[in-house]
Design a protein around this ligand. Structure first.
Ligand code: ADP
Ligand code: MG
Length: 753
């Protein structure tokens, strides 16, 4: 029971020291990939690769299963079945591996120094044997193994994939409301699967990205071309999986007709592509094999509307096989004999309603109703008694039966054999089928991008290695689609490797901070996948990795709202991000006390801004307004905020990002908008005013330039005072010893620092 538009992967992991060899296979389509992880960030990269394929099962060696900490991290993040497999299967012998399979790199070139790829080979050997053992079948349809370079693709950790809701929603794993949902206008399930894979594998090679983009442009600009292609694609079924079924030997005659009807469209598709100019479409034109021979074979042999089962005949067309034709004529003739016999017996016996019938248990019989039994002659042999009738046979009928059934049985057998032979013949051509299937799927995805670009008014991004992300009037693809055209408020973005590396984004709750940051990540990702993007203009310098971290309290849907998890992820981001990465930090430091949280957020921002330590392009949304101070202190940091307008006691969300920080939280305004009872919001206002007054009384407060007091929040100085007040409050004077008093004073002094 496979989902048509989703691959079903099984993955093997061979751990050797700190390195990994991995192999991934989808048995139903015959795709097989392998890679080695020998970078310095091995385990995080492994997690990225698992996230990329989202396999349903992992087959691992002993060293892997013994690494408890790593296994528990895998289990925490992924919902897949883990099988410990004996080490003897993970061997690095090449044997006939490269005779059996065509082992290539991603450009389809044969790999010369394959013997060096011991990690990959070990994982391939294990996976091949595991599949053979568990599926108990040959792997005929897997003839190509692609060994890919991890660095070919953007690295997206599991959090980024989840947070950006690329292919599934965080909450319910559904497709609706994801980037895939917006971009999927594919016509075939092969295209659907490939699109999902592309979205999971954004590229980093500028040439490859532009190859895709240019073909999308050609398809977008030519409505007629696009129309012709989709019309043909709509009639193409899942050639990839049909091919797999052929090789597996579980394809029936209907599958063959489906395959035939799909292949019938290939010449038209090829013809349509012959007019195209872009590099990638020309390549597709060249790689589509029309498979006319296969089409003709099925057309000649298989009847157009065959039954489900292949064991009861009625599948081979007349004219395909002489022997079958002959026997078929014999059985039709036999049936005529039966009709003649019926007429003859009616005449002979004078029984007008005498019938010759057939059932599977008793074979042919003559049926006479009870009222006519007296007229039955002696030569009739009784076979079966029914309530209203008796059934008989005669010598002559028995003979006919033998002839007819004998011929029928033979035909059924011959048809079955002929069918199996045709299926084997098709299996021999599986590689050609797969190549055409891939070409069709690719064309489908590119066309889908073009359709979406046209329908939703996307633009072609300029993609290069400039390190700049410059988006004019960008939109969030999913929210825009949810809201309907024209409602979403567009925003610009400018990030580079110098003055504009880190944007601190402030603004009240619900202003649109999270939406804005995700929009930038999604536009970057879309551009690197080769899709047009929702903006007026976009200049995207390729990023090597995208990270996202959402503050603990915003991330409840994961069921992991602990501050510890948040900090572990922040730790790994700080370790793994490079100057070429894009980081989205959404309200980090929320899961602890305000004082702690602010300090952590501050230190993290400082660390990232330091070119020596990290220097990644970063969008950092925070409700700690104090962080806006950083702009004055460090190079590369700029303040932005999302504008709101005050209107009397209310606020209006403008959703516009503007230069400069805010110092307004508008928390009470938002509470009011949300329908919190008036008594509560009024009381809150009073409390707020009180707090402010007290703060003013403490004097120090107002030296913070001429800024208004931050509503509902304290600044750094006041945090300290609050902590000290708390400390003093805790003291129980009746029990305080002189030593305790001294210690308390020391603690308070510490806090003043
Ligand atoms: P924040 O993170 O600042 O609390 P969100 O990004 O969650 O705010 O945005 C809150 C809601 O505002 C979103 O669910 C969306 O419906 C709406 N919104 C955000 N940005 C925009 C925009 N640019 N145009 C229109 N609506 C927006
Ligand atoms: Mg938010």
């Amino acid at each position: 029971m496979l989902e048509e538009r989703k691959n079903n992967y099984i993955m093997s992991i061979f751990k050797s020291g700190i390195y990994f060899g991995i192999s991934i296979c989808d048995i139903s389509t015959g795709e097989f990939y392998s890679a080695e992880i020998k970078d310095n960030q091995n385990f995080p990269l492994l997690l990225d690769e698992i996230a990329r394929y989202n396999p349903s099962e992992l087959v691992i060696n002993t060293m892997m299963s013994d690494s408890e900490e790593e296994i528990s991290k895998i289990k925490e993040r992924f919902d897949c079945y883990i099988t410990n497999y004996e080490d003897k299967y993970f061997d690095d012998k090449l044997d006939n591996l490269n005779l059996r399979f065509n082992i290539t790199d991603t450009n389809n070139k044969k790999i010369e120094d394959i013997a060096d790829k011991k990690l990959a080979i070990s994982s391939i050997n294990a996976l091949v044997q595991y599949i053979e053992q568990t599926q108990m079948t040959s792997l005929d349809h897997i003839n190509k193994i692609t060994i890919y370079q991890i660095s070919k693709y953007m690295s997206l950790d599991i959090n980024a994939r989840r947070n950006l809701e690329i292919t599934e929603k965080m909450r319910d794993k559904s497709k609706k409301g994801t980037l895939l949902w917006v971009l999927d206008k594919t016509s075939t399930s092969m295209g659907g699967r490939l699109l999902r894979r592309w979205l999971n594998d954004p590229l980093i090679d500028v040439t490859e990205i532009n190859k895709r983009l240019n073909s999308v442009k050609e398809l977008k600009n030519d409505m007629i071309l696009r129309g012709d292609i989709t019309e043909n694609l709509k009639k193409v079924y899942d050639i990839e999986r049909l091919a797999g079924k052929m090789a597996y030997g579980n394809a029936n005659a209907r599958d063959m007709i489906t395959l035939k009807n799909s292949l019938q469209k290939l010449p038209d598709l090829k013809q349509t592509l012959s007019k195209c100019n872009s590099v990638m479409l020309t390549e597709l034109y060249n790689s589509i094999d029309e498979l006319k021979d296969i089409y003709e074979l099925i057309e000649k042999a298989i009847i157009d509307d065959p039954p489900m089962t292949i064991k009861d005949g009625d599948i081979i067309k007349l004219g395909y096989d002489e022997e079958i034709d002959k026997l078929k004529t014999a059985t039709t003739q036999g049936k005529n004999w039966i009709i003649d016999l019926e007429a003859e017996e009616r005449e002979k016996t004078g029984i007008k309603n005498l019938k010759v019938g057939f059932n599977k248990v008793f074979g042919y019989y003559i049926e006479v109703t009870k009222s006519n039994l007296s007229q039955v002659p002696d030569r009739y042999i009784r076979k079966q008694t029914l309530t209203n009738a008796e059934r008989f046979i005669t010598e002559e009928l028995k003979n006919l039966e033998n002839q007819i059934l004998g011929a029928e049985e033979k035909v059924v057998n011959l048809e079955y054999n002929a069918f199996v032979q045709i299926r084997e013949e098709i299996s021999k051509n599986i590689k050609r089928l797969q190549i055409s299937a891939t070409a069709v799927a690719t064309l489908d995805v590119l066309t889908s991008f073009a359709i979406v670009a046209e329908d939703l008014n996307y633009c072609m991004p300029i993609v290069d290695n400039s390190g700049i992300i410059d988006i004019k009037a960008g939109r969030h693809p999913v929210i825009e689609k949810m809201l309907g055209a024209g409602i979403f408020v567009e925003n610009d973005t400018y990030l580079d490797k110098n003055e504009n590396r880190l944007s601190i984004i402030t603004g009240p709750n619900m202003a649109g901070k999270s939406t804005y940051m995700r929009q930038v990540a999604l536009i970057t990702l879309m551009a690197q996948v080769g899709s047009f993007v929702p903006s007026q203009e976009a200049h995207i310098g390729v990023v090597d990795k995208i990270f996202t971290r959402v503050g603990a309290s915003d991330d409840l849907s994961m069921g992991q709202s602990t501050f510890m998890v948040e900090m572990m992820e922040v730790a790994s981001i700080l370790k793994e991000a490079t100057q070429n990465s894009l980081i989205i930090l959404d309200e980090i430091g929320r899961g602890t006390s305000t004082y702690d949280g602010l300090s952590i957020a501050w230190a993290v921002a400082e660390y990232i801004a330091d070119k020596e330590k990290c220097g990644a392009k970063t969008l950092f949304a925070t409700h700690y307004h104090e962080l806006t101070e950083l702009e004055n202190q460090l190079e590369g940091i700029k303040n932005y905020s999302i504008a709101v307008k005050e209107k009397g006691e209310d606020i209006i969300f403008l959703r516009k990002i503007v230069r400069g920080g805010t110092d307004e939280s508008y928390g009470i305004h938002v509470a009011k908008l949300a329908g919190v009872p008036k008594q509560v919001t009024q009381k809150a206002n009073e409390i707020l005013k009180n707090i402010e007054r007290k703060n003013i009384l403490t004097g120090k407060q107002m030296e913070k330039k001429e800024k208004k007091q931050v509503e509902g929040q304290f600044d750094m100085y006041n945090y300290k005072l609050a902590e000290i007040a708390h400390e003093i409050d805790k003291i129980n004077l009746n029990e305080l010893t002189p030593i305790d008093a001294l210690n308390t004073l020391v603690r308070i002094k510490e806090k003043m620092k």
